[in-house]
Ligand binder design. Structure first.
Ligand SMILES: NC(=O)c1ccc[n+]([C@@H]2O[C@H](COP(=O)([O-])OP(=O)(O)OC[C@H]3O[C@@H](n4cnc5c(N)ncnc54)[C@H](OP(=O)(O)O)[C@@H]3O)[C@@H](O)[C@H]2O)c1
Length: 269
């Protein structure tokens, strides 16, 4: 698995990690053991960057349990998603309990009450329990505000959607992140599965074979990661097989402009 510096955050991240929205919001020994197997496969393949949030129901707790006994092998990126400072502090208290007293990348989720939450997270970073501080937003409608925050120098990384169906980040966020040396975490690489619903004919992927692409999800991940301004993509999955397939896309060679155009065309954009 290729690793990249997450901007100037001090974190070195694998290019393929894993998200936990929906997929890790489960309860009960059977489902939780099944998610532990997804994490087994992620770690075996070097996809050791895991993204979560208190917004994702049980996901933080389930991820924390899946990392029990091997927390040091992972990089945990989670979020604070709270409208008050007190609620934010409570979320942090719980997360630090689940993640062995450390969060590697702590992000302000959807820029919610970011002034309050950023102060809290900066304090934790200064204490050494948080590796780096970031911010996320899923909607280009909030990119003006996200850009303003990126320019303050207070965050080390951003998390935004980026795929052939959602290219706004390419025009606005990626150039600014490069200019300011910020890390970029790519959410929604498969557009919440939308991009996988009608995959192209496997024969259409033949020109991508020399790049190690065997499947449509791998083509989409390579499309993202072939832009060096993207540091880690975080496809969510509940399947060990899908995790292995996704992780296998995290190695060079990377696509050139022609191959990227082909993937965008096959995606219908
Ligand atoms: N969506 C948002 O607005 C949002 C916002 C903030 C942060 N994030 C973060 O970004 C992460 C990723 O985004 P996302 O979860 O919205 O969507 P996504 O990663 O684009 O798509 C996830 C879906 O793709 C399927 N999948 C994954 N790998 C596959 C494979 N190799 N073959 C076939 N199907 C595959 C999964 O189903 P299976 O379980 O069957 O594999 C899952 O339903 C989130 O989990 C979260 O951590 C998302």
């Amino acid at each position: 698995m290729e690793e990249r510096d997450l901007g100037g955050s001090g974190l070195r991240v694998p290019v393929v990690g894993m998200g936990t929205w929906n997929t890790f919001d489960v309860r009960g020994p059977r489902d939780e053991a099944a998610r532990r197997r997804v994490v087994d496969v992620a770690l075996e393949h070097g996809a050791r960057f895991f993204d979560s949030s208190p917004m994702y129901g049980e996901a933080e707790r389930v991820l924390g349990a899946a990392l029990e006994g091997r927390r040091e092998a992972a990089l945990v990126a989670t979020k604070v998603w709270a409208s008050s400072a007190a609620e934010g502090r409570e979320q942090v208290r719980q997360a630090l309990g689940w993640f062995g007293g450390r969060v590697d990348l702590y992000q302000v989720h959807n820029l919610l009450a970011w002034r309050e939450q950023l102060e809290l997270l900066e304090g934790l970073r200064d204490e050494g329990v948080v590796g780096a501080v970031g911010a996320t937003h899923y909607s280009p409608g909030a990119f003006d505000e996200l850009e303003a925050l990126m320019r303050t120098g207070r965050i080390a990384a951003v998390q935004v959607p980026y795929s052939p169906w959602e290219r706004e980040a390419e025009r606005r966020i990626l150039p600014l992140a490069e200019e300011f040396g910020l890390g970029v975490v790519v959410m929604r690489p498969f557009a919440e599965r939308g991009l996988l619903r009608r995959p192209p004919d496997p024969a259409d992927l033949a020109p991508l074979e020399p790049f190690g692409v065997r499947t449509w999800p791998q083509a989409l991940l390579k499309w993202i990661l072939s832009d060096p301004r993207c540091h880690v993509a975080i496809p969510a999955t509940s399947s060990p097989e899908h995790m292995a397939e996704n992780a296998a896309a995290g190695v060079p060679p990377w696509l050139g402009p022609e191959e990227r155009d082909l993937v965008a065309r096959l995606a219908g954009r």
